[in-house]
Design a protein around this ligand. Structure first.
Ligand SMILES: Cc1ncc(COP(=O)(O)O)c(C=O)c1O
Length: 389
């Protein structure tokens, strides 16, 4: 037996290989500080856990949960969305409940793209997007992002013949990996562009609630009429320190929601109801909980920014998200630099090229380690770089 051509033609999922190397080093006794994966280290709020535990004891909640997600969760999400963004969503027609946003992002192309259809794809980007397009038989057309243009794609530069074959346009703000935010004026342009060229605009907003310095990133659905052409992905993972729960939501365009729900009904059988009940509780947390949690990330961000700048690395100050995106020193690729830091400082960082060719020259560093470990990582990087001089 051989694995399928489809599977063999995919690039390996970076974190799997990298995590194996980290595990091997740890097994040999090395104390690795892992700043390479955005896995929130802070605990899930106790009231959310209490809702999970209590509802798990109820026999009715132990049965098949239903395909569409509980109406109570969809209603709670609609209420949260209205409060947070001032946008009204129909819980019955404009939502698909997901087993983590990654699952929905990975399945959506199968519901909305045919073989040979083009996906307009930022580079760098979260690697799940191009992989999902490839699995559905689609083809990616690169939209290069760079610092000079605020990490926003130049939609006007897409050739007409590509546009004629394009079916989807992918965006992600606050952005992973660059940390960039998008102004509403860009969202307006993107929605108009999607409408003019009959595209489904797929906006990933997994980092909506990890924000600094009083910033409040906007939803693309705030643009009037955006739901005619757009869906937006949200995640409980980063918003509420619930990465292990695997809960996400796709909202917006009714046809895309219906399509994804229909596809998923052939693949999974919904989400354990106690997890959904816990998610409802999370959506009721006060803004103060989010602000206090974000103050912790902001402190870590500032420690790392100061250390990186001290080391002579150029880095912008992100206003949202879990990542810093510094430039690598001259004379080394980002993969070489990241490996050197893993070997010489026992600090795991992600080479920018893991997010696409345009990530060359950058590293992605996460804020998901306790303050003391972040400070220790800064010290180790300083020592490793000083001894290499
Ligand atoms: C941009 C982006 N979107 C989506 C996800 C997936 O999040 P989850 O599946 O935990 O909701 C991630 C995870 O790191 C991400 O960085």
């Amino acid at each position: 037996m051989e694995l399928s051509q489809r599977l063999r033609s995919l690039p390996p999922y970076h974190f799997a290989a990298y995590n194996r190397k980290i595990a091997d080093l740890r097994a040999s006794g090395v104390d690795i500080i892992n700043l390479s994966i955005g896995d929130p280290d802070l605990p899930t709020p106790p009231e959310v856990l209490a809702a999970l535990i209590e509802s798990a004891q109820e026999p009715a909640n132990q049965r098949y949960p239903g395909y569409e997600g509980m109406l109570a969760l969809r209603e709670a999400f609609a209420a949260w969305f209205a409060r947070r963004f001032g946008v009204t969503l129909d819980p019955n027609r404009q939502m698909t409940t997901l087993i983590g946003s990654k699952e929905g992002l990975a399945h959506l192309p199968m519901a909305v793209m045919d073989a040979g259809d083009v996906a307009l794809m930022p580079n760098p980007a979260y690697p799940v997007y191009p992989t999902a397009v490839a699995l559905a038989g689609g083809v990616c057309y690169d939209l290069p992002l760079d610092a000079e243009h605020g990490w926003l794609p130049n939609l006007a530069a897409i050739p007409a013949d590509t546009l004629a074959r394009a079916k989807t346009l992918w965006l992600n703000y606050p952005n992973n990996p660059t940390g960039a935010a998008a102004p509403l004026a860009f969202f307006e342009e993107a929605v108009a562009f999607a409408r003019a060229h009959d595209l489904l605009l797929i906006h990933d907003m997994a980092y909506a609630e990890v924000r600094f310095d009083g910033a409040r990133p906007a939803s693309i659905l705030q643009i009037p009429g955006a739901s005619d052409v757009a869906v937006e992905f949200h995640s409980f993972s980063k918003a509420y320190n619930m990465a292990g729960f695997r809960l996400g939501m796709m909202v917006g365009n009714t046809l895309a929601c219906e399509g994804l729900t229909r596809l998923k009904s052939n693949i999974d059988t919904g989400i354990f109801r106690p997890l959904q009940i816990a998610a409802i509780r999370a959506l009721q947390l006060p803004d103060q909980w989010i602000d206090e949690r974000n103050a912790i990330y902001q402190r870590r961000r500032d420690t790392l920014l100061a250390a990186l700048r001290d080391l002579g690395l150029r880095v912008e100050t992100p206003e949202a998200g879990l990542y810093l995106w510094p430039e690598t020193p001259q004379g080394e690729t980002s993969a070489e630099f990241a490996l050197r830091m893993l070997d010489s400082a026992a600090v795991a960082l992600t080479p920018g090229t893991n997010f696409g060719s345009r990530g060359e020259g950058y590293l992605r560093i996460t804020l998901t380690a306790p303050d003391a470990r972040i400070a220790e990582a800064a010290t180790r990087l300083r020592t490793a770089l000083a001894s290499a001089r």
